[in-house]
Design a protein around this ligand. Structure first.
Ligand SMILES: NC(=O)c1ccc[n+]([C@@H]2O[C@H](COP(=O)([O-])OP(=O)(O)OC[C@H]3O[C@@H](n4cnc5c(N)ncnc54)[C@H](O)[C@@H]3O)[C@@H](O)[C@H]2O)c1
Ligand SMILES: O=C(O)CC[C@@H](O)C(=O)O
Length: 528
């Protein structure tokens, strides 16, 4: 039974998706205090929120069973992503369900600013009929600066073109080609801001975008400029904006989002007649709320049911086809990681994972995570998963390097791991055979070929007559049956390795017994 906690108002259709799944219990508890949230999250496998619930480190830590946090919307700034990733909790969002709602709200704001609609409305409701006071400007022929040309910025730009505006686009990822195809002129941020009659921001709030429109940029604008923010509070410096409005260096502003929400009752922005304020309504349409609620509910269920999911924020997403193609490589990668953990003597400090041939093109961002999941899962805890494997490696001081080679010398596909511990260097390699699945093909420089599964015994020993017999007798005396064997050596009389598949798990007593055989330098029981 999975428990899903929903702590913000999401559309009923999303709740219905969750409730329609067998073995799922949905618990809707909105407007919780932090203490109530900490209590409620303890039993939850999934948490579904909009922008109101603050999912901080303490909340995530209290979610002992938590596997996934679903955000019914785009921005995940109310979720501590770092804490979620570290704890192995997947964060997913619903990135495109409210794009049109937010783009249309932006346009409503621009037109309302251009034609003084809220102020004229207020005036009229107050008993006045002021046709001369509220003369506006047209959008046609004006220049719009769009800062952030992602999903919403692009939809705003397209609509602006239809209104006959010239659009200046600023976005580090906007290519000349895409700008041309949209009829947008690619500009630097200062060119865009200085040349604009209207400015609209559509970036996430990050360290880089915090106060993107601050005092300095506001000194570049035309005094007739009108500024819109339907993205995130904090992208525009509210204090600097208030100063510019008071000094009439800006003709108007329309804001849907604020540095602190809800907006304080005595906030200085409330004093300006040429400022339009809405209470974070950008995504508030019936259609958008249904879209995001259904989208996030479906994805949360996919995650819980271990089915392919989309829109992960802290993990690469795979579609069903990619997941199916990757599946056998995931088995191989995890087994190699697990094998490496068994033969490592101490914690590795450096690791190189080499992907060759077909394996090099299948990664999808998952294979190294999977190797690490196998490695650390054995060495440390079962709580290591795809989400936190890289963070865990970093914190454990393991430097991980990936190498991709398009062709292998021997195999059409191969994954090999070489790693260094304070006690030495090891290398294990595996391949996928079409019929027989994952196989171990290299061990510490020796060519091997056996299935990478079951209970194995690995020895390094002096290559001398009788060694194999000694070990076989030792196992026989302990009534342990040998199912398969591979030996390897570089030169006669030097060091040799042996890998045996045995019918049952080998206890530490058995290993201690084998270690007594003269000439054995290393012996390991491996359970895959
Ligand atoms: N008001 C609302 O209710 C509401 C609704 C939906 C989305 N939003 C917000 O709107 C914003 C945009 O959403 P989206 O779906 O278009 O996101 P998106 O990820 O599709 O687009 C964001 C764009 O910003 C660009 N960007 C990032 N850093 C930048 C920088 N330093 N300078 C310039 N561009 C930069 C990115 O390259 C990307 O193209 C987000 O902050 C989201 O949270 C608000
Ligand atoms: O939940 C909301 O209504 C706000 C959503 C919006 O800010 C978003 O980033 O998607």
């Amino acid at each position: 039974m999975f428990r899903i906690l929903v702590t913000d108002d999401i559309a009923k259709s999303g709740i219905e998706v969750l409730e329609g799944v067998p073995d799922v219990q949905v618990d809707v508890q909105t407007n919780l205090s932090e203490t109530e949230l900490l209590e409620a999250i303890a039993e939850a496998d999934a948490l579904v929120v909009r922008s109101q619930t603050m999912v901080n480190e303490a909340v995530i830590a209290a979610g002992k069973r938590l596997k996934v946090i679903g955000r019914a919307g785009v921005g995940v700034d109310n979720i501590d992503l770092e804490a979620a990733t570290k704890q192995g909790v997947l964060v997913i969002n619903a990135p495109d369900g409210n794009t049109i709602a937010a783009a249309e709200h932006t346009f409503a704001m621009m037109i309302s600013l251009a034609r003084h609609i809220p102020a004229a409305n207020r005036d009229l409701l107050g008993g006045k009929w002021n046709r001369k006071r509220w003369v506006g400007v047209e959008l046609r022929g004006k220049t719009l600066a769009v800062l952030g040309m992602g999903r919403i910025g692009t939809e705003v730009a397209k609509r602006a073109k239809v209104f006959g505006m010239q659009v200046l686009g600023f976005d580090p990822f906007l290519t000349e080609e895409r700008a041309n195809s949209l009829g947008v002129v690619k500009a630097s941020i200062d060119e865009a801001v200085a040349g604009a009659d209207f400015i609209t921001v559509h970036t996430p709030l990050t360290k880089e975008t915090h106060h993107l429109i601050g005092r300095e940029r506001l000194s570049l604008v035309k005094p007739t400029v009108r500024i819109v923010n339907c993205a995130r509070g904090g992208i525009i410096d509210e204090q600097a904006l208030c100063e510019a409005l008071a000094e009439e260096r800006v003709a108007g502003a329309a804001l849907d989002v604020f540095e602190s929400e809800p907006l304080l009752e005595d906030h200085p922005l409330r004093q300006f007649e040429n400022v339009i304020l809405t209470p974070h309504l950008g995504a508030s349409t019936v259609e958008a709320q249904e879209n995001v609620a259904i989208q996030v509910a479906e994805q949360v269920i996919h995650v819980l049911m271990d089915e392919p999911f989309e829109h992960a924020v802290n993990l690469p997403s795979l579609n069903a086809q990619q997941k199916a193609q990757l599946a056998p490589y995931l088995v191989l990668a995890e087994k190699l990681g697990l094998f490496a953990a068994h033969i490592a003597q101490g914690a590795p400090s450096e690791m190189t994972v080499t992907y060759t041939g077909d394996a090099a093109g299948r990664d999808g961002g998952y294979l190294t995570r999977t190797v690490l999941k196998g490695l650390f899962g054995f060495q440390y805890s079962d709580d290591i998963n795809y989400v936190n494997a890289l963070t865990f490696a970093e914190e454990a001081g393991l430097r991980v390097k990936e190498v991709r080679e398009s062709r292998g010398l021997v195999y059409t596909n191969e994954i090999s791991i070489s790693f260094v511990t304070e006690n030495g260097t090891h290398r294990v390699g595996g391949t996928l055979y079409h019929e027989s699945g994952p196989r171990l093909v290299e061990l510490d420089g020796y060519a091997i070929d056996m299935p990478i599964e079951g209970n194995l015994l690995f020895t390094r020993h002096v290559d001398k007559p009788g060694m194999i017999g000694h070990i076989g007798t030792c196992l026989g005396n302990l009534r342990i049956n040998i199912a398969g064997m591979q030996v390897g050596r570089r030169e006669s009389g030097g060091e040799a390795v042996m890998l045996l598949t045995v019918d049952r798990a080998l206890s530490s007593d058995v290993i201690a017994e084998i270690a007594k055989v003269d000439g054995i330098s290393m012996v390991r029981a491996i359970e895959l």
